[in-house]
Design a protein around this ligand. Structure first.
Ligand code: GLA
Length: 393
């Protein structure tokens, strides 16, 4: 179904808003490329039906493809990245994200595979926080705490979707308005999340949000990566440019301290295999069953910079994670236990995937000493997360 367009096609993209309804009705292949070089594809966005939610809302799956052949498949259910195909050092494309083939499996039981997380990424202690003298109560869906936005967080809602093209990238703009009081959070929160796939094989995610009442916000992304596309992630080498991390109590709530990583298994300033120290006799590793902590990245607040680099020696794949956020939650898939049968029938076992979730620190609303997650009317929340893929020979 793919066709090439003449170079003269590109200026017409500026009027995509007019073309869009017709293309959507066709159900649709959207080619953003000029004439393709032999062996290379044009940029493309393809929309396909992905099923419907239990209350009958239709859900789509969007395939973004760049000229190199890298491909991200994203659903407007939960903003879920369903698959992400990038080349290895021999140029072979493979899927580096864990997930399911069908919407039904995501609806049934997903440990946040590929999802967009909000309103508040990670935990809020005992599901309570106080803002402007008022105490708010959230569902304690990760006993005794609140986790990842509640019982029906942003990972479980249907977002409005628009196709987007910009110079050198194809994208998907998602929009969701979370009502005042939804999941216990104050304020009507209007959120836009733009995913785009760039020509240098980066999947970028840009968030903006506004509120009509003081609230708290901590948006992130929860893809589980396995750069080998198989096996566990223990041989993946991780580098995190952070001198401190936020140690937790036994329920994974930060104690409030910023602890130096020096001399601990949390020092990833030099690239180290995940498996090298994960089994050490260390209270923090025991509490989480491995790595599931927030690192305090050494970079100026709000500035876009590297927060992690992951290298998988077998495939040569490298993933660099950049963000404007001050922290990154590195989770080594400690709760995967063989109970999720994923894409192609693959059963995900203990530590078969890792997440790198750029974010503000967990439980910030209860820690005034942490960077603030408060958003007020009249302010615009901005945050950027980039997963950039390359290879090392
Ligand atoms: C985050 C949390 C983990 C776990 C996963 C999802 O990374 O920190 O404890 O909840 O999400 O299972």
């Amino acid at each position: 179904m793919e066709a090439e367009h003449s170079p003269g096609f590109l200026p017409a993209l500026r009027s995509w808003r007019f073309l869009l309804p017709g293309m959507l009705a066709l159900g649709a292949v959207w080619l953003a490329g000029c004439a393709s070089a032999p062996g290379h594809k044009a940029d493309a966005i393809i929309r396909q039906p992905f099923g419907q939610t239990k209350d009958g809302m239709p859900v789509d799956l969007y395939t973004l493809r760049n000229r190199n052949g890298a491909e991200a498949r994203i659903s407007n259910y939960g903003g879920i990245v369903v698959s992400l195909k990038v080349p290895d050092r021999y140029g072979a494309y493979g899927d580096v994200a864990l997930g399911y083939d069908n919407l039904a499996d995501y609806l049934k039981d997903s440990p946040y595979f590929g999802a967009l997380i909000g309103r508040y990424g990670n935990r809020i202690a005992k599901g309570k926080f106080t803002l402007d003298g008022h105490e708010y109560t959230l569902a304690t869906n990760n006993y005794p705490n609140a986790l990842h936005g509640g019982l029906k967080g942003f990972d479980k809602v249907v977002w409005d979707a628009k196709l987007l093209t910009r110079a050198g990238r194809v994208g998907l703009e998602l929009h969701y308005v979370s009502k005042d009081g939804e999941e216990g959070y104050p304020g009507t929160l209007s959120v836009t999340a733009i995913y785009s796939l760039t020509e240098d094989n980066a999947l970028e995610l840009e968030f903006t949000a506004t509120t009509d009442k003081d609230t708290v916000i901590n948006l992130t992304h929860h893809s589980y990566f396995n750069l080998a596309g198989k096996g566990d992630v223990l041989h993946h080498e991780v580098m995190i440019p952070a001198s401190c991390f936020t140690p937790v109590d036994s329920t994974l709530i930060p104690t409030g301290k910023l602890e130096p990583v020096e001399g601990t298994p949390f020092d990833f300033r030099q690239a180290t295999a995940i498996g090298a120290r994960i089994g050490q006799d260390n209270e923090q590793l025991k509490f989480a069953g491995g790595y599931d902590h927030n690192w305090v990245v050494d970079k100026p607040p709000g500035q876009l910079g590297l927060v992690a680099r992951v290298f998988e020696p077998g495939s040569g794949r490298v993933m660099e994670v950049l963000s404007t956020e001050p922290g990154v939650q590195f989770y080594s898939g400690n709760f995967l236990n063989g109970s999720n049968q994923g894409k192609g029938g693959r059963v995900y076992q203990f530590r078969d995937g890792l997440t790198m979730e750029p974010q503000h620190y967990p439980d910030s609303p209860n820690h005034p000493e942490f960077p603030s997650t408060v958003l007020k009317p009249g302010e615009v929340f901005h945050s950027t997360i980039i997963y950039r893929f390359s290879v090392r020979q």
